[in-house]
Design a protein. Sequence first.
Lengths: 280, 280, 317, 317
Amino acid sequence: MAIFKDKNYFRVDLSKEPDESLWMRCKSCGELVFKRRIRENNNICPNCGAYFFLTAKERLESLIDEGSFVDISKPIMDDDPLEFTDTKPYPKRIEEAQEKTGLASAIILGSATVSEIPVVIGVMEFQFIGGSMGSVMGEQICHGMEEAIRRRVPFILVSSSGGARVQEGIFYLMQMAKVATVRTRLAEEGIPFISVMTYPTTGGVLASIASLGDVIIAEKGATIGFAGRRVIKDTIAEELPENFQTDAFALAHGAIDRVVPREDLKDELGKLLSLFVEVG
Amino acid sequence: MAIFKDKNYFRVDLSKEPDESLWMRCKSCGELVFKRRIRENNNICPNCGAYFFLTAKERLESLIDEGSFVDISKPIMDDDPLEFTDTKPYPKRIEEAQEKTGLASAIILGSATVSEIPVVIGVMEFQFIGGSMGSVMGEQICHGMEEAIRRRVPFILVSSSGGARVQEGIFYLMQMAKVATVRTRLAEEGIPFISVMTYPTTGGVLASIASLGDVIIAEKGATIGFAGRRVIKDTIAEELPENFQTDAFALAHGAIDRVVPREDLKDELGKLLSLFVEVG
Amino acid sequence: MSDEQTLDLLETKIKELRELNKMDGIDLSSEIARLEAKLTALRKELYSNLSEWERVKLARHPARPYALDYIGMIFEDFYELHGDRLSGDDQAVVTGLARLDGTTVAVIGQQKGRSMEENKLRNFGMPRPQGYRKARRIMRLAERFSFPVITLIDTPGAYPGLAAEENNVGEAIAVNLETMARLRTPIISTVIGEGGSGGAIAIGLADRILMLENAIYSVISPEGAAAILWKDKERVREAAAALNLTAPRLYELKVIDEVVPEPLGGAHKDPPKTAAALKDALLRHLSELMELSPDELLKSRYDRYRGIGRYRTLTDK
Amino acid sequence: MSDEQTLDLLETKIKELRELNKMDGIDLSSEIARLEAKLTALRKELYSNLSEWERVKLARHPARPYALDYIGMIFEDFYELHGDRLSGDDQAVVTGLARLDGTTVAVIGQQKGRSMEENKLRNFGMPRPQGYRKARRIMRLAERFSFPVITLIDTPGAYPGLAAEENNVGEAIAVNLETMARLRTPIISTVIGEGGSGGAIAIGLADRILMLENAIYSVISPEGAAAILWKDKERVREAAAALNLTAPRLYELKVIDEVVPEPLGGAHKDPPKTAAALKDALLRHLSELMELSPDELLKSRYDRYRGIGRYRTLTDK
Ligand SMILES: [Zn+2]
Ligand SMILES: [Zn+2]
């Protein structure tokens, strides 16, 4: 059952505690660890330091001041303009993604504070059809930028996306143009845009909004690249180095400003933002 | 005797025929050829096609419509702000260069037409202290750009320079900044600037005005590069490929728009200019 | 043998008959006329019911005119410009200045090759970051002198590979989009063959988007979609249909502004005629756009892209 | 042993005596005081008559503070930014945002290394095109947010070599000059060590140019000039003198705006004191520049560079 099917739009509320089992085994070190402790530790294994996947909500919680989040997204959800069906109808995929994530779309958008600095922040949910960019994500990103202009606060976008929402075909491609177009207004208005690249930031998200940050910060361990390894292998069968499309690769080739460990990300953002806004 | 020593400034007059011996032997094919025929053939050997060096006056003649040249340079010549002496006093070098070239400085500046399109054109004289850029060349280039703006005609600069006028020290370096600064006005006024790179276009001339053309055309055989082979050898002793700093190297690395044989240069310029100016 | 090949064979036979007809004592005129009528009818039937996959094949037809072919037929005085000024000159992208019916324009085209050698030079029409940055440089040049920008899209996609990632192809495409969004001169883009995803839109953000009748514009190739979405490489026809990649369909979806007609059988059947149709369309759109001031132009371009996308509105609860 | 080394030795001896003095029953206070007075007098004599060549050696002194040292001492909250967004991150150029007495500024510095390893990373302070383009990107960022730009120059020159030419170092420098000429925010450049020719001015077109007292700014190294102009590698002192490369001389020539004093013996004798003097100068100039509107700023910058150069006027005949 699709939770947004009835056209009622539930806003994201970070205060709700998800229920979950008590223990999990770390895939990296093999230790049994308290889930709660991992959660409180930014989903980093307290034993070995391995990063576990963060949902968009968890990511938000890890970056913003507690209790500061207000969902400001538009009440919209994915349509099916091409009546697209592959092995499954597109609407079915959307429903499943909504059920799995509890989100209306692949992006959360809200106002919040980071180190007490007000911002508008968007966070992509990779578990929602690979965080792919369809018309809704494009619209929410633009809406977020416009809200940032209206409020005169910085815009932060945390990317986690495989790129194309293939099921929306040309409309996906046009979202690349759309977000890049609206991004120019931030520049003209002197509103800072911090792009945060997390695992993974690829395809048309990388080739549009994610690469257009005034400052671009990558989380340690992020994959950053345009064409996937598989596409490259299928197209030109090229030998690829081990560090291909890693955070270090992106840094060495000048694509990003910094690589930041997850545990420092919030502080770094605060420090950086404070340089862009009048403090005191 | 320094011809400009007495502070009388002779403007360049292309109609004066230099007297010269009748024959010369081509260094490339070894044939004896009529000097006059070479001259009429853009200093290209009529037998083997080798390019001979062009003086600035010859270069001008080869590029513009006959009889269209009017010297519009400022009546200035090199000073000696640092009272510079190496193995020879700088003023002595200037005198010798003036005597050798019959020019006041290392650049000729005038108005002319190319394929009947009015332009302001500057041509560097490599035989004048290696075509190096001192305060006078900087001032003449800026004056030329201002004249192009005033007349609303394209500006053409034909470079042939080793780069630094070392004897003017910091004033040479500041010419790089000066010409780049004034060049921004051409852009703001929508006046086209065609940079023509000939043998050689190097050092601070390459690293300032010559690289800032809206369109950059290199003559076939031009050497184009920032640091000389000798500097590179002395500094880092690197192995350099055979085509290093050739016209083909510059083209392959995206530094220039076209490589053009000398005999086509005038026609190409005319064709290109016609795209920038209303014709008819 | 495909239907198209059968028709091509028939066409050849008619030509041979026509040769015979020139010889003394043989009059085949009426037979030839009937055969020609038949051929036209068959062609019309075949091409009026082209499937999406058949259009894909037409869009990629090796005899199809490429960017430089159209440039030669549509513009005068094309003066090619090279290089990104940074590190290279990518020949999969052709740029230059030219005259379109007297107006100087900047032309940017993606260029495929026909021979193996040409394809090596043109990288099969797959631009590298250097190509996108060359295009960007020419756009800025065009803006400086108020030259309209005409782009011709024909690429399977941006070149995927190590060197492309090392030169930040993502940035190259993204900043092109940003640049085109605010370029203070008209931009008209035409998909003349393959519009391959991000590699296409990187020169495709425009005031007007045209497509030749048999061109395609798609987020992924049908082959790629079949392999990834259907997990079955053979289901390309199904994928091609699902992707909504044809010009008529994209016009219905209001994403493109005009479908430029091609001769029966595809652009390669009569390149000059195709070029004439495209030239006519370019001139029409250009004359409309040149009525607008730069600010009006930017506003209308902004509004177009700000509004693009299809989604459902929900009740806020 | 050089004069400077002799004085350093004397200083060490005084320190040793001071240690002895702390022990019971020994009172060397008056002897130490006399030795210290002597040392100061000798230093003053030595450094008030520094030859140009001696200043060159001070400017290159391995203990001399480098860009990051000054950044640490002068600015707060330095946040380093990396990469040219095109193809690389050149560590011979350090860029970032920071606070100067509360004002956010963009900082661009050329960075040398001390150890062999550091120098490998920093390429001996010789920037590659990627470094100049990183600087350009930061300038544009600064302009967007009206952050003043502070550049710290310390380079033997732009890196000469194959890779630099392949990446069009000429363009990199030229376009930086063009960019700085029209950047709508204040720019203050300080030569803190070596100002090596085109490699220096590529981040040195500014509203105010400062030099530390023992910094040098030159079109060519004295060694290069000796070899090329005097055809004698030994004549470096003569070359250094002829090149007019010292801060006091360049101030006399009205090319730079201020000479920032260094402690006796050079910046490395008291880095915090040098940094304090530089900070004071930066704040003074910045507060003047921030009084100007962007248009006034650009006009005054334009006029400065339009007017620079020395030539003789002749009678037009
Ligand atoms: Zn673990
Ligand atoms: Zn010959």
